[in-house]
Design a protein around this ligand. Structure first.
Ligand code: DGJ
Length: 545
């Protein structure tokens, strides 16, 4: 009986479902739904329709005052905002959260959630946000050195003092967020550090680092490699294979001589450092935590052509091995070719979240594409407060509005092969989707040739989320898309459009705005949303002889 009772209490404790801890009061967390990872906030699946503030904006109430209404106008549900080590711990051991409290209060008033970015030891490789008492005490807080022995304004990850000082401040932040926000859940995720990576050479050459470089590769990494030999990303497996899958020796013994070994070495120690920050932060207040990456330029040398050793796809196994407490690795986009990079980042079961994308005229389409195709946790252009009333900002606001409306339907269909996303660009304006029995042939609306802008040298991309809500019924939100159909189960028959409605969701219920037909469906030949129309359509299909 006693064992039964203990078991009962253990279950209640583990699930948090008794004594008033309802699903809605559980902390924001990640959970699996089919093959998708969902972010749960207040008991419901949540997708970040976000924007990241410019680096120096979240530093005063006055500066932020005119920005909040702009964020609302863009229909954001979440703001990604930095917290600066130098501002919260200006004097060692004395923490000041007054400004942060005011800003969290403003976010709450505006019904916005926050993802806090910890600008701690590293921000874009550098340590410019370390407090003055850290910067000015180089012997206590050592720096990385380049291959000529010159030190940089970058704290070395090989120093226990650096780690402990950063960790102490981060834990103080998490304790404060817990104390002031655990009932509200305004803060839903945390990004420790920002774009970690080594510059201007591929690895740290300080004495602390050199000692590790000449020592054997740690057993934890060797064990991970051995256990994951057939699962690791192929480009990393090839590096190890080239040296005969050796399983003991120094970094150069195992991975060979060259910048790639410097990068692997550095990635391991960045990951180990970050693991301690993340695990230490979660021990205080366990919100989901991710790290972001500055992408590498293909064929460039690590350290010189891009920040070496960040959480990048070609070394993601090193990060997974070294920092298992990180929930996912996230790409920042300032390059084109989003699909190429997202495909790389979603290997090894890594969930997609895009904390930064250049705020340009592709973001509306890419928000829809990534949220649909990768069932991502969210999307967030960088410097979101810029570009007020410019066409790309207006388009993003409209796209976030329609995405917010369909989110309950979308997340209810997550992980079952019923949600898709398309991105249609001038050099790739066609794509085919396979959903249930149907093949959907999707093209950019400019390919019709009738729409304003079709003759332009550059096309604004089209993008949409498509959800199969029943055997022959679909919901689509987006812009710049034209759909035609085939039934793969009945290839001898012709697929027709039974009904198309343009509408919106009011309190979760579908309301028709227009029944689309005639010119709006090319007399029943296709389902379409023009580029400027950013809207939601619901349609059903049928077959005829
Ligand atoms: C990526 C960084 O993560 C941001 O903080 C910002 O510096 C942008 N680059 C570029 O402005």
């Amino acid at each position: 009986m006693r064992a039964l009772l203990i078991g009962f209490f253990l279950i209640i404790f583990a699930t948090g479902s008794a004594f008033g801890q309802t699903a809605a009061s559980a902390l924001p967390h990640l959970t699996r739904s089919g093959n998708t990872q969902q972010l749960i906030v207040d008991g419901k699946p949540f997708i970040v329709l976000g924007g990241e503030l410019g680096n120096s904006s979240f530093t005063s109430v006055e500066y932020m005052a005119p920005i909040w209404p702009r964020l609302k106008k863009l229909n954001l549900n979440t703001v990604l905002a930095p917290v600066y080590w130098e501002l919260i711990e200006p004097v060692e051991g004395q923490f000041d959260f007054a400004l942060l409290d005011q800003l969290i209060g403003e976010a709450r008033k505006n019904n916005l959630r926050l993802v806090l970015l910890w600008f701690g030891a590293w921000k874009n490789s550098m340590s410019s946000h370390a407090p003055g008492w850290v910067k000015t005490d180089q012997s206590r807080f050592p720096r990385v050195q380049d291959d000529l022995g010159h030190s940089q304004e970058i704290l070395t990850p090989f120093s226990e003092n650096n780690l402990q000082a950063d960790l102490k401040a981060f834990q103080a932040l998490m304790a404060h967020v817990k104390k002031t926000d655990q009932k509200h859940h305004t803060v839903i995720m945390i990004q420790p550090e920002n774009e970690i990576g080594m510059l201007p050479v591929a690895r740290d050459h300080s004495p602390l680092a050199n000692a590790r470089f000449n020592a054997p590769v740690p057993r934890e990494l060797m064990d991970y490699l051995t256990q994951n030999r057939d699962k690791m990303v192929p480009e990393f497996q090839q590096v190890w294979a080239a040296n005969g899958f050796r399983n003991n020796g120094t970094w150069e013994d195992i991975f060979g001589k060259g910048y790639h070994s410097d990068e692997i070495f550095m990635a391991w120690f960045y990951a180990r450092y970050t693991e301690q920050i993340v695990a230490g932060g979660k021990a205080v207040y366990p919100l989901p935590m991710f790290v972001n990456a500055a992408l590498n330029r293909p064929d460039r040398e690590p350290g010189k052509g891009y920040p070496s050793a960040g959480p990048l796809p070609h070394i993601m196994d090193v990060w997974l091995a070294g920092a298992p407490s990180i929930d996912f690795l996230a790409p920042d986009f300032y390059f084109p070719n989003i699909k190429y990079w997202c495909d790389l980042f979603t290997r090894r079961d890594n969930s997609l979240f895009i904390p930064e994308h250049r705020f340009d005229n592709t973001v509306a389409a890419k928000a829809a594409f990534t949220i649909g195709h990768y069932q991502s946790i969210g999307f967030s252009p960088f410097f979101i407060e810029s570009g007020e009333d410019e066409p790309h900002a207006i388009a993003l606001g409209k796209m976030y509005d329609v995405l917010a409306q369909i989110l309950p339907v979308l997340t209810a269909h997550h992980g079952q092969g019923k949600v898709e996303g398309v991105l249609l660009e001038k050099d790739k304006p066609f794509t085919d989707l396979y959903m249930g029995d149907y093949e959907l042939n999707v093209k950019h609306s400019h390919t019709l040739g009738w729409e304003a802008g079709a003759g332009n040298a550059d096309w604004i991309p089209g993008g949409a989320v498509i959800i199969q809500t029943g055997k022959n019924t679909f919901l689509m939100a987006g812009s710049g898309v034209v759909l035609t159909f085939k039934n793969r189960a009945n290839p001898e028959k012709i697929t027709g459009i039974l009904k198309t409605e343009e509408g919106h969701f009011v309190d979760g219920a579908w309301q028709v705005i227009r029944h689309l037909n005639g010119d709006q469906t090319h007399q029943g030949r296709h389902v379409r949303i023009f580029l400027d129309d950013i809207s939601i359509v619901r349609f059903s299909l049928y077959e005829y002889e």
